[in-house]
Each structure stands twice: as structure tokens, then as C-alpha cells.
Design a protein around this ligand. Structure first.
Ligand code: ZN
Length: 139
């Protein structure tokens, strides 16, 4: 990956073969980014996305092993138990131009992935909420 910093924003270019979540997470650890906004576009050839079933309070996930355009990637950076948490959702499309997406578990860059991170000074911790079944932002 390559990056340039402009004020509180980083412009990042992920390279072919890099896994998006792990690469951004380790970048955040490296730069001590604990709170921020993530935005991006690009292309992947492996994707694992999740769908949260609110009734049963569990995630279902599905894998795609095909070339896909990232139409939109967005989410936030927070912390939980001393670790960085990336909460990112993704919308992609394939050769039929139909869009689909979900909660981003994992994705491998095929051509490029252009990500912007806007750093926010501060820190917001997540905590598991039993009623909802998710790790919610503690505001
Ligand atoms: Zn999600």
C-alpha cells in the first residue's frame, strides 16, 4: 500500500493481493488512528460479506470468488478492548452490472483500491449490547 497525508486525511492506495480490512487496520495501528471515517472505491476478486439477522442476532456470511467492482466502501474506525475496530460496508457489482453488498468481512484487491481515511481526534469505544446483539458505539 501507498499513502499520502493531507491535513487530517490520508489518501491510500491498496495493491493487488492485499486484504482490505487487515491492511487498513494495521495502517490505523501504525498511525495511531483510533477514530475516523473510511471511504473508498476499487476492485476485488475475493469478497466475504455479512448480513445481520436481527431476529436471531447472528451474522450470515457469503463468499464471492469473482472479479467485482467496488462501487462504494464506507464506514468508521473505533476501538474495542484496546483493539482497532473497522466497521465497513461495501457495495459491489460484477459483469451483469447488478449491485449488491453487505457488511465487509474480507476482500482481496484485484487491481487497485483507493481509500480515504479522515482522522477524528478522540476515541469511541464499542461495547456488546445484548438486546441488539451487536457491538455498539458508546456515545
Ligand atoms: Zn455492519
Amino acid at each position: 500500500m501507498f499513502f499520502k497525508k493531507f491535513g487530517k486525511r490520508y489518501i491510500i492506495r491498496l495493491e493487488k493481493g492485499e486484504e482490505i480490512i487487515e491492511t487498513i487496520k494495521s495502517f490505523c495501528k501504525d498511525k495511531d488512528i483510533k477514530l475516523g471515517i473510511v471511504d473508498g472505491i476499487g476492485a476485488v476478486d475475493y469478497l466475504s460479506i455479512g448480513y445481520f439477522d436481527p431476529k436471531n442476532k447472528e451474522y450470515h456470511s457469503k463468499e464471492f470468488k469473482e472479479p467485482l467492482e467496488i462501487l462504494s466502501l464506507g464506514g468508521n474506525i473505533s476501538t474495542m478492548d484496546e483493539d482497532i475496530v473497522l466497521h465497513i460496508h461495501i457495495t459491489v457489482s460484477g459483469e451483469n452490472y447488478m449491485a449488491f453488498g453487505g457488511h465487509l468481512n474480507s476482500a482481496i484487491v484485484s487491481g487497485t483500491c483507493e481509500v480515504t481515511i479522515e482522522v477524528i481526534d478522540g476515541e469511541i469505544e464499542r461495547k456488546f449490547n445484548e438486546t441488539v446483539g451487536l457491538n455498539l458505539l458508546q456515545l
